[in-house]
Design a protein. Sequence first.
Length: 166
Amino acid sequence: MFDLSTMGLSELADRLGALPDGLRIALAEKAESMAAALYAQVVDDNLDGGLLNARSGALRASIQVDVQVQDSGVDAEIFSNGDTPYAAILEFGGKTSAHEILPDKARALSFLMNGKRVFARRIQHPGSNFAPRFYLRSALDDQVDTITNGLRAAVEDVAAGLGESS
């Protein structure tokens, strides 16, 4: 006679049923740590002399990290929150249009031109061309292998946990 035992089947079913939650938690933890590392590279390296020299610190202060855990997956985002209007032109490049510059706290503008102090009531600025500086994308490019390997390791750790006995 043939005898089949199903010992441990309910435990295995429980472990397989918990896989999506366990995987989501593991990926969320990994995404949090990797997003923090990416954020640090952007603000501590790229915006502190690596690619751009900070003048006021406003762009650095505008950089935010957001990690969202949802049923369908985990999203991690690093972005400028919009407080600095020049964030996009520095990242992507572009051209500013011609515009008039007027004094706002004095009756005249004051600046140096050819080593001499010049005063003017208004200036017609011709516009500027900005090359892209990729302060966000370059950090992602630098860390793409680390991020890929870290996420893969998180999935492998969860899968390996299925094989362990409880």
